[in-house]
Write a protein that binds this ligand. Structure first.
Ligand code: G3P
Ligand code: CA
Length: 367
């Protein structure tokens, strides 16, 4: 990415020089600046906001994350029937809203093939924004986050524009810039329904003055082809997400046999660096667990990614025992908090450049 944009800048500058009859070449760098973004140390990314403390992907969750010290807030993006980008983790909205309690939408319940998995529920792309505005957000995992359920029903599903507006407002109030870290969710799925996410994302970043190399923005995706296309349109850093298993769905869809495991080899990472600036791996790809679930030793991933010129932001760090390595749990009660500090410290020691966490306060403290 860096090389390509730099080359374009030189071509543009040379063309200008020819037209103007001058001989100087403008030397302004055009690649996204990831060094600047990491100058103060590893980043704390508020995963779905501060979703350990509020229902995910609500303005309340993002605001709390920023107030807890998160450098970035992370909206996952899906799209409405009328083409508005909204913050939800997946197209199916029954798991994080009260849509099931709305009899007027009962007939919208359906089963769709979501990246090869039959999925039943209500889907964002079958609702207009006005219809979605009548719903309220609810806690996804009440069995682990009972306290979050007291906020059920209090917040609407936000648009990307509202997330940007919130980040701008809080940046002014807190006297530090709150970044945004949007993820394109299921790009192939939405493109096939005639609702591609990318044009709306580019347009929104453009309109908000956020498509330049210093904008405090990262854009992430689990697919590859949409990141490659975005590399031609965005000047902010791009992040290739990887899972510990499986393959990018665009690869599956086009018969490309490569998997996420191929992407995280030293050669695969060099290829990723051709269109992206960072890697967002499953944390188990950075420090795996043994058969008993205990944290082991770091793999070569951080070293290889850095050698390829990629920053590394693993996901997802959560305080509840259920999500922690066995040796860092506080008890057998899965909803209780364990030692997230120790887990984060192990990953910072392994050299990661940022962390996605549901508990940004603990992320900031551990950093
Ligand atoms: O985007 C980083 C992390 O959020 C990826 O996992 O499924 O929580 O979006 P997911
Ligand atoms: Ca995400």
């Amino acid at each position: 990415m860096r090389e390509k944009i730099l080359r374009l800048a030189v071509i543009a500058a040379s063309t200008l020089a020819l037209v103007g009859g001058a001989s100087a070449v403008i030397a302004e760098p055009a690649a996204p600046d990831t060094d600047e973004r990491h100058a103060a140390g590893p980043l704390v990314i508020g995963h779905r906001g501060a979703s350990g403390y509020r229902p995910e992907h609500t303005l309340a969750s993002y605001e709390l994350a920023a107030r807890m010290g998160a450098d970035y807030i992370e909206p996952d993006l899906v799209i409405t029937k009328d083409g508005v980008l909204i913050a939800r983790h997946e197209p199916e909205i029954g798991g994080t809203t009260d849509v099931a309690a709305h009899p007027e939408f009962a007939a919208r319940r359906t089963t769709k093939n979501l990246d090869g998995t039959p999925t039943t529920g209500w889907f964002a792309e079958d609702f207009t924004l006005a219809e979605l505005r009548t719903l309220r957000a609810t806690e996804r995992i009440p069995q682990f986050r009972q306290e979050n359920t007291i906020f059920n029903g209090r917040d609407r599903v936000p648009t990307l524009q509202e997330v940007i507006d919130l980040a701008k407002r809080l940046s002014r109030e807190l006297h530090r810039e709150i970044g945004i870290y949007p993820e394109t969710k299921h790009p192939t799925y939405f493109r096939k329904q005639g609702l591609p996410l990318e044009p709306r994302l580019v347009e929104t970043l453009d309109r908000n003055g956020l498509n330049h190399r210093r904008a405090k923005v990262f854009v992430q995706s689990f697919e590859v082809s949409n990141l490659k296309a975005l590399d031609r349109q965005l000047r902010v850093p791009l992040v290739q997400l990887t899972s510990a298993t499986g393959a990018p769905f665009d690869f599956v869809d086009t018969g490309d046999p490569r998997t996420y495991a191929d992407l995280v080899t030293a050669a695969g990472l060099r290829e990723v660096a051709g269109y992206a600036d960072g890697l967002g791996p499953d944390k188990n790809q950075v420090i795996p667990r043994d058969a008993a679930g205990n944290l082991t030793a770091p793999t070569a991933l951080v070293r290889d990614a850095h050698a390829a010129g990629l920053r590394v932001h693993p996901y997802t760090f959560r305080a509840e025992n259920n999500f922690l390595p066995t040796n860092l749990r506080s008890s057998a009660v899965l909803a209780d908090y364990g030692n997230l500090f120790a887990e984060l410290e192990a990953f910072f020691a392994a050299g990661v450049d940022g962390v996605f966490t549901d508990n940004p306060d603990i992320g900031v403290a551990a950093r």
